[in-house]
Design a protein around this ligand. Structure first.
Ligand code: HH2
Length: 281
């Protein structure tokens, strides 16, 4: 086991990990599972980024390709057109911007536009992705996420022996490959990938045993916000899953997660403030 890091370095930003961080989720897509179409208009997207920053987001994660189960890939040109101008505008607002992409060309363009982190649901396994991040002129952080299969088909046959062990091994291997390529530990975070080729039971097992993933020593990101597991547990539609998402996030933070990916930033920030206040004294 490696000793835990207390600072995450994203481009020129250094974020303390002494309290859990909130990564605001901004989907500039037509088909995202929870907010598809709402922020396709660039000015609506920028306004939403500003609102999330006002509400206390520590990182803004911009994605232009839905990775919901069954989603079709977004053509590269379209992803570039949606992501790059927006990253450029958000990058000057004072918080680090993360680009949620699987495509090396989008990674390179987003970094040139000011992205401080690449969030890759494929954990830099696409040809050229590791090189795009490790070889970047401005060193950026990377979020390595576990996914079994591909978004189009990943929920059709989610099979594991021990899901926690397999996810942990995968993340250890990917993080090791990043370090071998020259990405320093202070720039690597890992994510078990809730909902990515996993049943409700797999997700619950991963959440219950999250401390085993935390033991890898890399800051752990969790993305449970509004996901179908929350819907399965509460019986709520996607727009009514805020309370369930917060409960899941707090359970993750209690097990050592350091970054929470959220759609409802204001509510998540408030919940974490209360949780943090109860940790001291
Ligand atoms: N979940 C989604 C997308 N990117 N990245 C990380 N690191 N962790 C996650 O859990 C994660 C992620 C899916 O959520 P969302 O972006 O809201 O939906 P969509 O992929 O449909 O745009």
């Amino acid at each position: 086991m490696n000793s835990a890091l207390h600072v995450l370095t994203l481009g020129r930003h250094r974020l303390s990990l002494d309290r859990p961080l909130v990564m605001g989720d901004l989907n500039v897509t037509s088909d995202s599972f929870s907010d598809g179409g709402r922020f396709l208009d660039p000015s609506a997207a920028l306004d939403h980024a500003r609102r999330m920053i006002e509400d206390g987001a520590d990182i803004i994660d911009v994605g232009a390709e839905s990775t919901r189960p069954g989603a079709a890939p977004t053509p590269e040109r379209e992803e570039l057109q949606r992501v790059v101008p927006l990253v450029e505008k958000i990058a000057v607002l004072g918080v680090p911007v993360s680009a949620d992409t699987r495509k090396p060309a989008v990674m390179r363009a987003a970094i040139a536009a000011g992205a401080a982190m690449i969030n890759d649901v494929s954990a830099l396994r696409s040809p050229g992705a590791l090189e795009a991040v490790a070889g970047a002129e401005t060193p950026v952080a990377v979020c390595l996420m576990h996914m079994q299969g591909e978004p189009a088909t990943m929920q059709q046959s989610a099979v594991y022996g021990d899901v926690v062990y397999e996810v942990k091994q995968f993340l250890a291997d990917c993080a090791g490959a990043c370090e071998a390529a020259g990405i320093v530990r202070e720039r690597i975070v890992v994510d078990p990938g809730f909902g990515f080729g996993k049943t409700v039971e797999h997700n619950l097992t991963l959440l219950r045993r999250l401390s085993e993933i935390v033991a890898l020593g890399y800051p752990v990101v969790v993305g449970l916000s509004r996901k179908s597991t929350i819907g399965a547990l509460t019986g709520r539609d996607v727009g009514e899953r805020t309370a369930g998402s917060i409960a899941a996030a707090l359970a993750a933070v209690a097990r050592g997660a350091k970054i929470v990916r959220a759609h409802d930033v204001r509510e998540m920030v408030d919940a974490l403030k209360v949780w943090c206040a109860l940790q001291s004294g």
